[in-house]
Each structure stands twice: as C-alpha cells, then as structure tokens.
Design a binder for this molecule. Structure first.
Ligand code: CP
Ligand code: NVA
Length: 321
C-alpha cells in the first residue's frame, strides 16, 4: 500500500514495540499506514485459515468502565487468535472502584499482564494508567478519542476505495470522541474531512489546532461547518455517530431536538458522490442520527467496519505487545 521499503518497515516495527496506543496523535503517518497494512495482512491470514500466534503465552487485561459489544468481543477474540489470552475486568470488581489509584492499578497489573486495554470516561485516566504501567496500554475509548475505531475505519475505507489521500469524508453529527479521532487520522493521512455539527457541539479547539498542524504536512483539508449539506456535498464517505454518547445520556432529550437537521437520511446523502460509502462506528440509534434506509442501504459498510475492529486491533497488539 505504501512505498516504504523492507528496511523502513523493519525500523517502524522496531519503533512500535512496547509503545502505548492512546491516540493517533502519538503515531506518525508512516506508522498508521504500517498498522493498516498489517491489519489487512492479518485479515488475509485469518480468512485463509493460517494460524499466526506471535502472542502465545501473553495476556491482555481489559478494563471496562463503560458498556461495549464490539470492543470487548473483538479484543478477546483477537487475543485468542494471536495465541494469547484476554481477561475481562469490570471497574466494579476491581479495587479501582473502591479508590485504588489508576496509576497503582497500572503498576500492579503490569506485574501479571503483557498489555492493558482501558475504556473509560476522562482521557487523563488512560494517560495515568500508562504512566503507572510498564506494559503497553491501549485506549479502548475515552470521552476524547476512539483511536482503535478510527484505525479500523481508515483500513475499511482503504479496502473499499483503494486509496485514502484526497478522499472527502463528511462527518455529520456530534463533535465527540469519534470525530476527533477521525479528524486526527484524516489530518495525518491526507484525507479531506468536513465536519458538520450544530453550533455548540463542535470538536474541541485543541484537536482542531493540532489537526491543522498535521494537515500542513499531509495536504489534508480540515473543514468545520454547521451546514450538513455543505459537508455532505461531493463526499466519498458519509459518517455519523450517536447524538448522545455514553456519559451524556441525561442530555438525550435536548439533543434530539438540536440534532434533528443533522440526521443522515436519503435526502442528505443525495449531496454525496454516487458511489459514496456510509459509515457508523455502531451502536446506532436508528431513526435518530441515521434512517433505516441509509444504514441498511447498498452504500452502507457499517458491518465491514465492525469486523475490521478485530483485524486492526490484532495489528495493534501484534505490533506493540
Ligand atoms: N464501536 C464500538 O466501540 O462499539 P462498542 O461500544 O460496542 O465496543
Ligand atoms: N461516541 C460513542 C461511540 C461509541 C462506540 C460513545 O462514546 O458512546
């Protein structure tokens, strides 16, 4: 996929060993492309029935402070396929729930585990965990970022379109963790991202600033608007996510009203290119951010995205653990 030589690849692989995976901001364009390549390779191996177990004897701890279907199952299955073992740990069952610090939890767990995945609220929690841990820490979603999903998404777009650079991705909806990781990915990979949110629900200014910096190098275009049609215009990909993320449930009623004009439906997608792809990280609230006709329509690739969580995360684990 990339023009990196075997030597470059070896250097990248070497540099990835032992690293945390907290945000795409910590990864270079070459490293992100390397992980996408590896994910595609591991996917082929799996489909061909080839056994590949570089993590034999290793254990991943998975701490969940929020619900999950895809993240939990894909990490657990991925670890098994790579020859290792995954341990599900809910916050309520850990001493973390009774006040042991995140940093001490990281220090302790590193004595047993070879990697830790955390899904939590505040982004500083994954940073704290990584500070305490001496094994790689993976961000399985925070209020700020969802880098595993974004990596799987760019893998999926690459598989469907055969390229990333220069494509236009329109994100319509809440300026949340999902779009923030998509923006960082776009900025590093040279993708044109147009984000349409209601006023007051924009992505964080600091994320926008760093994306603009990366974009100067990659040639990416980063656009923010309040007009969903403008964002969707001539898009190669239309992406949306729930209007009220985990932790924002009490704002759901109010958000239902504010976000109504941002629903991705048959009328809105008319503004995209004829061969556009529809994407959603799932879980979807059908009838809210997306209509049934779009999510079940011929342009929708939401379950390919969900599948690629498995392959992308196997690539992350194989590379850093
Ligand atoms: N997309 C995603 O992370 O799904 P889950 O919340 O089910 O893990
Ligand atoms: N933005 C959503 C993503 C879920 C995978 C949330 O944080 O709830």
């Amino acid at each position: 996929m990339t023009e990196t030589t075997a030597n470059d690849k070896q250097t990248i692989a070497q540099n990835l060993k032992g690293r945390d995976f907290l945000s795409l901001t910590d990864y270079s364009t070459e490293e992100i492309l390397y992980l996408i390549d590896l994910a595609i390779d591991l996917k082929h191996k799996q489909k061909n029935g080839e056994i590949y177990q570089p993590l034999k004897g290793k254990t991943l701890g998975m701490i969940f402070e929020k619900s999950s279907t895809r993240t939990r199952v894909s990490f657990e299955v991925g670890m098994y396929q790579l020859g290792g073992h995954a341990l599900f740990l809910s916050k309520d069952d850990l001493q973390l729930g009774r006040g042991e610090t995140i940093r001490d939890t990281g220090r302790t767990m590193s004595r047993y585990l070879d990697g830790i995945m955390l899904r939590t609220f505040a982004h500083r929690n994954v940073i704290e965990l990584a500070r305490g841990a001496t094994v790689p820490v993976i961000n399985g979603l925070t209020d700020m970022a969802h880098p595993c999903q974004a990596l799987a998404d760019y893998q999926t777009i690459y598989e469907k379109k055969g390229r990333l650079k220069g494509l236009k991705l329109a994100y319509i909806g809440d300026g949340n963790n999902m779009v923030q990781s998509l923006m960082v990915g776009a900025a590093k990979l040279g993708v044109h991202i147009a984000v349409a949110t209601p006023p007051g629900y924009e992505p964080k200014q600091e994320v926008l600033e760093s994306c603009k910096e990366y974009a100067e190098k990659s040639g990416a275009v980063i656009e923010l608007t309040h007009d969903p049609k403008e964002a969707a215009s001539q898009a190669d990909v239309i992406y949306t996510d729930v209007w009220a993320s985990m932790g924002f449930e009490d704002e759901h009623e109010e958000r239902l009203k504010v976000f109504q004009p941002y629903q991705v439906n048959l009328e809105l997608v008319q503004h995209a290119k004829d061969d556009f792809l529809f994407m959603h990280c799932l879980p979807a609230k059908r009838g809210e951010e997306v209509s049934d006709a779009v999510i079940d329509g011929e342009h929708s690739i939401v379950f390919d995205q969900a599948e690629n969580r498995l392959h992308a995360q196997k690539a992350i684990m194989a590379a850093i653990m």
